[in-house]
Write a protein that binds this ligand. Structure first.
Ligand code: ZN
Length: 564
């Protein structure tokens, strides 16, 4: 309404709620400037004060069409066409007072006075439907809260998040890069960034091997037939990268790993004695996200999954989910990210939406409920009706250092793929028995997890994760030989160390080391060379004075081992 007051000819795009507030896209006669946001906010506050009721009306597509034709709103008409093509027979019109009507499926507060405080946050360019061949629109981002205090807290968090922005820090710390030749959404990890990825991968591996997880390897492409059987050809149709072979066969680059993994299970007859089988793999999947949606490492086209699939019998679900939970707890402890749990269950009033029988769902959900109780999880978010059509799940939501919540780990039951691929085991009676699959992720997408960690630590990684754990500096060239001895001793002990022996002032070298955020800087001068010590400068604890080299090595190894 406020935008239409200012620009009566504005064409309305879409305006969804997003994780942090909302946006609305408009085609406007001119680009917006920051001053416009202040003016729009003022008008929004005036509209809110008018206490206008929101009313929802269901109309036929024809009525909606006539309405938006009269209003000359081409984007809305395009959306209506799409809804009709998808089989909609009824569409929603949401009215604000008598002045403004939008195409909307509803779910509004009752009146504008319920909106609370609003803040317009930023402006960005956005192509209509994310398609760069279409109109460029002005996207206005905003947020709204019940109280001013909540808004203030949000703005403060946002300011802190901007300082920690992984896109900025990732470049400063030389962790990853993008190339125009490779393309958007396809991050390239530098040696430093790769160190972090491998540390994370090894950590998960160290936790899951004792639980009986085995590594597998699969190709990154597949014949169309695999995805026709799994249903992904249909489900991912717009996001699939497709390839045609020289013999004219259609292939797809994998957007998921599960279908491939089922084929390892199905490669031979399985006895119940072999189960559970736990296949794990850290591997990339590829999804053709729209260019406009891509952002740093958070939204990419190459998504590395720390993936695993457990193939088990129904009565093994509880024990297996417990094991995953152990891995999740073990993994998140060193990051000091508290976890909340969400239990997504089926909606008993709409059983037609789900695969499997009510008995199977009951058994599965009962097992999951018992796990949650045994774990003594508090703050369980009840996801009633939020289960996937193929099974219930438990998600873990981690809070970062500035209080943002991220859904990361997941335990997901699946009754669907075992049906589609006819996965069975031979049970005690010698009969074929349908098995279930558990999809599990610990860190979720590795790229997104890296983005979260960079911001969580503001680039100051704990020693075990730091690409460079120790930076050694010399006060003058004559101390280089001893500095090299120090570097060799550290490297021999598996510590990632870097020597800065350039002919620069100590002040400059210390500043460089600080920018690189190495947890320890060792300064080597006359005293250290003679006494075979190192002057320790800790990133987090400041100057720690001179210590024997051996003592320093023992201390840092202990710190790394404990992931302190
Ligand atoms: Zn899966």
């Amino acid at each position: 309404m406020a935008v239409l007051e200012l620009f009566p000819d504005a064409k309305l795009g879409v305006g969804p709620a997003i994780e942090e507030g909302f946006y609305y896209d408009f085609l406007l006669p001119r680009a917006l400037a920051p001053e416009d946001l202040a003016e729009l906010e003022k008008r929004m506050r005036a509209i809110i004060a008018k206490d206008l009721p929101f009313t929802h009306e269901k109309v036929s597509p024809k009525t909606a069409q006539t309405f938006f034709e009269k209003k000359d709103q081409p984007f809305k008409l395009e959306l209506i066409d799409d809804f009709v093509r998808e089989g909609a027979t009824e569409l929603g019109l949401e009215k604000t007072g008598e002045v403004f009507t939008d195409l909307c499926r509803g779910g509004h507060v009752e009146s504008t006075k319920d909106i609370g405080v609003v803040k317009l946050l930023s402006i960005a360019g956005a192509y209509w439907r994310g398609d760069e061949k279409r109109e460029q629109l002005e996207r206005i981002y905003g947020a709204t809260f019940a109280t001013q205090e909540e808004l203030d807290a949000f703005l403060k968090q946002r300011e802190e998040a901007e300082k920690r922005d992984h896109r900025k820090l990732g470049v400063e710390l030389d962790l990853f890069t993008f190339s125009d030749l490779v393309g958007p959404g396809l991050p390239l990890f530098t040696p430093r960034g790769t160190v972090i990825r491998e540390e994370l991968e090894n950590f998960v591996q160290s936790l899951q091997v004792p639980m009986g997880y085995q590594r597998v390897r699969i190709p990154h492409i597949t014949k169309k037939a695999l995805y026709e059987t799994s249903g992904h050809w249909q489900k991912f149709k717009d996001e699939l990268f497709k390839i045609t072979s020289r013999e004219g066969h259609e292939f797809a680059v994998k957007p998921m790993n599960c279908p491939h993994h089922t084929q390892i299970y199905a490669s031979r007859k399985r006895s119940y004695r072999e189960l559970p089988l736990r296949f794990s793999e850290v591997t990339a999947v590829y999804r053709d996200e729209q260019t406009g949606e891509l952002s740093g490492l958070s939204r990419v086209r190459m998504i590395t999954q720390d993936d695993a699939h457990v193939f088990c019998r129904m009565n093994q679900v509880e024990e297996e989910a417990m094991k995953v939970w152990d891995i999740v707890d073990g993994f998140y402890a060193p990051f000091k990210m508290p976890l909340a749990v969400r239990f997504s269950r089926h909606d008993p009033d709409h059983f037609e939406k789900y695969l499997g029988t009510p008995a199977i769902w009951k058994e599965a959900e009962d097992q999951m409920r018992r796990i949650i109780e045994k774990r003594g999880a508090t703050d369980v978010i009840d996801g009633a009706g939020e289960a996937a059509m193929y099974g219930p799940k438990i998600d873990f939501i981690a809070s970062d250092a500035i209080g943002r919540a991220w859904q990361l780990a997941t335990i997901q039951l699946d009754f669907n793929l075992p049906e589609r691929f006819n996965l069975t085991c031979v049970n005690e009676e010698g009969k074929e028995e349908r098995i279930v699959m558990i999809h599990r992720a610990i860190s979720g997408a590795v790229e997104r997890f890296m983005a979260i960690l960079i911001e969580h630590y503001a680039g100051k990684f704990p020693t075990w994760l730091s690409p460079v754990q120790v930076s050694v500096l010399t006060i003058a060239d004559e101390y280089i030989p001893y500095a090299r001895e120090v570097v060799d001793a550290l490297a021999t002990n598996g510590i990632r160390v870097e020597l800065n022996d350039q002919n620069e002032t100590l002040g400059k070298k210390l500043r460089d080391a600080k920018l690189g955020k190495a947890p320890y800087v060792l300064v080597i001068g006359k005293k250290e060379s003679e006494a075979k010590t190192v002057a320790v400068n800790s990133r987090d604890q400041g100057d720690k004075g001179s210590v024997q080299l051996d003592d320093f090595i023992r201390m840092i190894k202990e710190e790394i081992k404990n992931r302190a």
